[in-house]
Design a protein around this ligand. Structure first.
Ligand SMILES: NC(=O)c1ccc[n+]([C@@H]2O[C@H](COP(=O)([O-])OP(=O)(O)OC[C@H]3O[C@@H](n4cnc5c(N)ncnc54)[C@H](OP(=O)(O)O)[C@@H]3O)[C@@H](O)[C@H]2O)c1
Length: 287
C-alpha cells in the first residue's frame, strides 16, 4: 500500500537515510527542511534516487520545526473543501537535533576582562532546547489537527504513528552505556538534557485521556553516531546484520552505530513493517 510519511530533520544522517529508503521503495513523503536545496542535494547523492523520483514522491515544506503552522503543513496530506476530515500522514519520523560543538573555555565572569577561562570540556549545541521546542511544536500541531476532525475518535482512527530519535544514556535505571563511554556521556550533558525534556513532554502527552499519540510512539535510542546519511548501493550488504537491537527493558550495550543503519532500521521496522512490535518501547540501536 502506498503511504505518505512525514519527516522532520531529514537533512540529518539517520533521517535522511530513512527517507531515502522510503522514496526508493515507492512511498510518498513530506519533509520539513530549513534548507530544501540541502535536502535535495543529499537525496540525489543517495543510490537509486533521481530527480524524477523526488518530483513524483516528495513534497518539501520549507521552514522551522518550531513553527506550528509549518509542522501542520508537513502532517496533512490533503484537506477537502466540504468540511470532511483531513487526510494525514501515516507515520511521523523525527530526527531533529543540533550539531555538537566541543566547548573548552567560557567567558570571564567579569565583563570588563575580555578573556576566556578554561572550563570542564563539554559538548553543546547551537540551541540547547531544540528537540524539546520542536516536540512541543509537533504536539501543538497534532492538537490543532485533531481539532479539525469531526470528533476525537475520527482523529484517533488515523492518528499518525510517531517515531522519534532520542539517545542512549538518558533513561534512569537503563544500563545502555559501556563503562568506558561514561566520561564522554558526561560531556554530552547539554544535548542529553534536551532529549530528556523531549521524552518528558511525550510521556506527559501519553498520560492524557485523549492522547494525541494514540497512533503509537516509538522512541529510538542510538548509541554514539558515526558515518553519514549514505545508504548502501542496491544489492550490496549495508551491514544491517551487525546491528544489535535492545529495549529499555532488555538493553543492548555498545559504543557506536552508523547513521545510515539507524535510518535503515527505522525504514524496515517502522515504515515498511508498521512498527507494532516497537510501540511503547525505547529501542536501543548499537553495533
Ligand atoms: N551525535 C550522536 O552521537 C547522537 C547520539 C544519539 C542520538 N543523537 C540524536 O540523533 C538524532 C539524529 O542525529 P543525526 O546526526 O542523524 O542528525 P543531525 O545532524 O543531528 O540532524 C539534525 C536535524 O535537525 C534539523 N534541525 C535542527 N534545528 C531545526 C529547526 N529549528 N527546524 C528544522 N530543522 C531543524 C537539522 O536541519 P539543518 O540541516 O537545517 O541543520 C537536521 O536535519 C538527533 O536528534 C541527535 O541529537 C545523536
Amino acid at each position: 500500500m502506498t503511504q505518505t510519511i512525514a519527516f522532520l530533520g531529514a537533512t540529518g544522517g539517520c533521517t535522511n537515510a530513512c527517507l531515502a529508503y522510503t522514496l526508493q521503495n515507492g512511498h510518498n513523503a513530506i519533509a520539513l527542511a530549513r534548507n530544501p536545496e540541502k535536502l535535495t542535494t543529499q537525496l540525489l547523492s543517495q543510490p537509486g534516487l533521481t530527480q524524477s523520483i523526488l518530483d513524483k514522491h516528495l513534497r518539501i515544506i520549507q521552514g522551522d520545526a518550531r513553527d506550528i503552522e509549518t509542522v501542520m503543513k508537513t502532517l496533512i496530506v490533503s484537506t477537502t473543501e466540504h468540511g470532511t476530515d483531513p487526510t494525514l500522514v501515516t507515520h511521523i519520523i523525527s530526527g531533529i537535533g543540533g550539531t555538537g560543538q566541543l566547548v573548552l573555555s567560557k567567558p570571564s565572569p567579569c565583563a570588563q576582562i575580555p578573556i576566556r577561562l578554561p572550563t570542564i570540556p563539554h559538548i553543546t549545541i547551537p540551541n540547547p532546547h531544540i528537540t524539546e521546542e520542536s516536540t512541543a511544536a509537533l504536539l501543538a500541531a497534532l492538537r490543532r489537527i485533531a481539532e479539525q476532525f469531526t470528533c476525537f475518535d475520527a482523529y484517533a482512527a488515523v492518528a499518525p504513528r510517531v517515531t522519534i530519535i532520542s539517545s542512549t544514556g538518558i533513561k534512569k535505571g537503563v544500563k545502555d552505556v559501556p563503562m568506558l563511554s561514561k566520561p564522554l556521556y558526561a560531556a554530552l550533558d547539554v544535548p542529553h538534557k534536551d532529549k530528556m525534556e523531549m521524552e518528558r513532554l511525550l510521556a506527559a502527552e501519553q498520560e492524557r485521556e485523549e492522547s494525541l499519540l494514540c497512533g503509537g510512539l516509538v522512541i529510538v535510542r542510538p548509541s554514539l553516531l558515526g558515518g553519514d546519511h549514505k545508504i548502501a548501493e542496491p544489492g550490496m550488504d549495508s551491514g544491517l546484520g551487525r546491528l544489535r537491537v535492545g529495549t529499555d527493558r532488555e538493553p543492548e550495550v555498545g559504543y557506536t552505530v552508523g547513521r545510515a543503519l539507524v535510518g535503515e532500521w527505522i525504514y524496515k521496522e517502522v515504515v515498511k513493517g508498521g512498527g507494532d512490535r516497537w510501540v511503547g518501547e525505547g529501542v536501543i540501536l548499537t553495533e
